[in-house]
Design a protein around this ligand. Sequence first.
Ligand code: 5GP
Ligand code: ZN
Length: 119
Amino acid sequence: MTANTSGADCIFCAIARGDIPSEGVYADDHVVAFRDINPQAPAHVLVVPRRHVSSIDALKDDPELLGRIMAAAVTVAQAENLAASGYRLATNHGRDGAQTVPHLHVHVLGGRSLNGRLG
Ligand code: 5GP
Ligand code: ZN
């Protein structure tokens, strides 16, 4: 994980701007969602804020944006028809959390039975 606080070189900022292609599945004024390039499940979507936020750890003072991201994640899960069978929302912070892209993203995972272990 590279240090990055501005978003200037951030790949998810570039995706949110549309400068780097992605398969978008949801967008509003604050949040975009797109399919993970290396899916870990039949449905694997990343939900990210449009503005650069390094991880969930930097967003505790903005519960409104946090709520928007989580609501968008649920919208995506429902649009992917995952609600009946179930799905997982996950976000990683830092080295031990195995965060590899330093722009906050919530994983929406589903479409198969997921391992009960989280780590
Ligand atoms: P993390 O490990 O940081 O929680 O998850 C980062 C996720 O971003 C990984 O699942 C990885 O496959 C995905 N990813 C990394 N680069 C790109 C990209 O350029 N486009 C898309 N769509 N996904 C990416
Ligand atoms: Zn960014």
